[in-house]
Unconditional design. Structure first.
Lengths: 412, 412
């Protein structure tokens, strides 16, 4: 089920206009492509390339916190220490995780081949400027003959405008039912674009989450790093579908400087956050098996960390999630879940509401609580702790038959 | 689905013989009863009483770690500070949690009425010697008229032998499909018996877990406390179906001294553990929606705590659990789950096996890993970390359609 809401053609946000019809090639200086290289047995698109024409090549990255990291994550982390990226090559159809030294060699060879091919086409590129992202089944080697042939081919296909980025967004999909793109056109004539697949990172991740953000702003690697860490902390890190964290999660931010505009750090932060936040929303809406789009907000917490921990604990609770699948305003399960969060708590000051209807006040049920109608797709679950001022929201989903079906039937 | 395995008539364990056909009335000095008091709308049995005739009334208790505690938990914790219990009254059909001061007053009144009725029948009893346990939907008040009338009636029904304990075991069931009982007859002529409902405590708990253990051994409250804490730590605390923890979890241990035998602390520990361990096994086998009985063993950990955290993380992982439901030996998900556990870990030294078949060796897939047959009901998932000597096993279940169905359809 794809519950992605239809948003207007563009919405005003962060000093610009946000659209979902464009992605990584919306900013000047970027070209993209997506092709079917034969990595997926289904024959669908499975190889994407994002190419930064410059003049700048500043970049930053955030990676999975999982201690078990896939070969492409280990490679890209190493590459990013230089703060420069000329290109990102991404494949679906295989995660290249838990593949040992030979798997790392595969990633290295892929980056070398991308660099050599781009150099042949006139942009001198080193393998140390090429990030690699992979997604799919953990534990199998990639079909390198197909992948390398695909790299040779995809460089021919690089295109700017809407099509290049959209092709790339399609090629990184696995269990996604729709591509996820967003672009912010800033009033000051610079842009941020992005694409993503999967759902989540750090704590989250249904399957692998990959995300590439581009901008034509002028920014240093340090500025990009600050903008990216701030944005992921407030967007992807607050998306938690099932508490699982991939071995391959990667979010990259590349700047071409092609707009000749150097925004302030605050402007850059706001724009990158707006794009990441919208992509996180799209990831939630297309998560595996989703039938409800749920926002868990914890307010009145003693600290932001407490609010985050409490919201995440509720968002991961199987009994809360199955109740929401059943449109059941079972607030007792919410209290039971909050009660196990390791935070400052007074059981007699907790209040809960569903879609604005109070169901529990100061730890005791409110009149009419069992009759609240949750039959719609969107559920706002609000928990007021009454012990402080901090507030955090986590995006999550319900736990449905479709989730069980998809994840029991698909060795992913 | 009830997958409780048929065990032999009795098995030798902890210096005695263990049977599942008897429970809390197996030890001398205990009587039990279970009746339908009208608390459940279904009309099924919903009120149980366990009565200690003495001569001793030593007791100990372990309660939920949830900060949101039900009224009967608050009451029984207070009662247990005295280290003495004459009786335990248990109801299904309502948890009496999140019911505020009026709910606590209901619990107090129940204990008072049990004490008064037992006193009328010749055993001078104070309310401070009566523990109260409740299970069912969180947030609603109990129908006190029916409950108090039931208390008056149930004291008439108290019986020793097998029937009294078995009736009590039936009366505490909610979503359980079978009653859970176990009794250990020690070679030295003393006994331990127990009954339980639900699945789990502390971290676990599908619905509320309640458990009453009895013994006719002579033991002080301190000895009982040690035996009970040791047993719960190694049994119920290592059962984790869905990571949820009830507001009402209670495990009580009552000693009558009627055997006139005073076992050593080690003997008592072993016997109480044997009964708790067997009850934990029965809880797993009858957990909501279970189709697979799964044991997750983590060995080679740097510490017992690390092994426990890693095993629990895997046991709670929705992607691992749905894969097991699908009989899919998806070891990559196991590695991804282990990788997010906050423990000492070397990704290149992790090995994994399913039912003795190696699927991952030193962090890389083993030949034939995808072909391991997991179609049977029992799955032993073993994870060797290779960084130390500690080992812990956690009992869990798969995540099935039936789990989603049961928990989305039932406001529990």
């Amino acid at each position: 089920m794809n519950t992605t809401p239809v948003i207007p053609d563009s919405v005003a946000v962060a000093g610009g206009k946000l659209v979902r019809t464009q992605g990584v090639t919306a900013p000047a200086g970027f070209r993209g492509a997506g092709i079917a290289a034969g990595i997926k047995v289904s024959g669908r698109q499975d190889l994407a390339l994002v190419f930064n024409e410059g003049p700048d090549t500043a970049a930053a990255g955030v990676f999975t916190s999982n201690k078990v990291k896939a070969a492409p994550v280990l490679w890209s982390q190493q590459v990013l220490t230089g703060g420069r990226l000329r290109a990102v090559v991404l494949n679906s159809g295989g995660a290249n995780a838990c593949t040992g030294a030979p798997g790392f060699q595969d990633t290295h060879q892929t980056a070398e081949h991308v660099a050599a091919t781009l150099s042949d086409w006139g942009t001198e590129t080193g393998a140390g400027e090429v990030a690699v992202c992979s997604t799919g089944l953990i534990g199998d080697r990639l079909p390198m003959d197909k992948l390398l042939a695909g790299v040779t081919e995809i460089v021919h296909e690089l295109a700017g405008g809407i099509s290049g980025g959209t092709d790339a967004a399609y090629a990184i999909m696995t269990t996604d039912t729709v591509p996820k793109q967003a672009a912010l056109h800033h009033a000051n004539k610079w842009n941020v674009g992005g694409m993503a697949k999967g759902a989540g990172m750090l704590a989250p991740a249904l399957a692998t989450m990959l995300c590439v953000i581009t901008t034509d702003a002028i920014a240093t690697p340090a500025q990009l790093d600050e903008a990216l860490r701030n944005a992921t902390r407030l967007s992807f890190d607050r998306l938690d579908v099932d508490g699982a964290t991939s071995t391959n999660d990667t979010v990259l931010l590349l700047a071409s400087g092609a707009s000749s505009v150097a925004p302030s750090q605050d402007e850059l932060n706001a724009a990158v956050l707006a794009v990441c936040d919208d992509l996180a929303d799209q990831l939630m809406a297309d998560a595996e098996g989703v039938t409800k789009r749920v926002t868990v907000t914890v307010s009145g917490a003693a600290s932001e960390q407490d609010a985050l921990v409490a919201a995440r604990t509720v968002a991961r609770d199987s009994l809360v999630k199955t109740a929401l699948f059943g449109s059941d305003p079972n607030w007792g399960r919410v209290l039971a879940a909050v009660g196990i969060a390791p935070i400052e708590l007074d059981p007699n000051r907790i209040s809960v509401s569903f879609n604005g209807n109070p169901v529990c006040i100061d730890g005791v049920g409110a009149p009419g609580a069992r009759e609240v109608d949750l039959s719609g797709i969107d559920i706002a679950l609000r928990i007021e702790l009454g012990v402080g001022d901090a507030e955090v929201s986590i995006r999550t989903t319900d736990l449905s038959h479709a989730y069980v079906e998809e994840n029991s039937a698909y060795s992913s």
